[in-house]
Design a protein around this ligand. Sequence first.
Ligand SMILES: [Zn+2]
Length: 178
Amino acid sequence: MILKTLKSFHSKNFPSNFDAKMETVPRKALNDREKAFLRAVERAHNNLTYAFSNEFGDDFNHRKLLVGKSDYADAWTDGKYTINWNRKLLRKVGLGIRGAYELICALVHEYAHDDSSIGRSHTHGELFMELFHRMMDRCSEDIGVAVENVAAAAPIFMRKEGVVWWSQRDLNSRPRGS
Ligand SMILES: [Zn+2]
């Protein structure tokens, strides 16, 4: 999990209702921009997980990408089958390369968690650090390609969804249904 206020917010300070703060948004409830961004990321994600599979072999488990909402976390995972991005993080794809980079880094972070980061069990232990380092180090070129692909595919999928390019103003406004 990546906390929005990682530097000052530790798991021991989680409020008692922390679980309730992380919800998956059904795909049909996403707006057209979010759908376009998700499609752009899904394609890059498939290529990236192929690279991870080559590096990690049978131990590597491809996870489904979901969009969620949370006041606290930018991304979270169940450690095995799913990764959720906060929809506000997904919208950063509209910033181009730097937004795509932030998203892909969050993806790698979540893949380095082999335990659930939902709720209070979020830790970054030695195993996490080792795995994260190995992914960033050995798959750096594939990660770079994924970032480029997300940034390049986003406008194409936006045209397909019939929506216009983001502006900074759009990015600061709340998405529909959030
Ligand atoms: Zn984490």
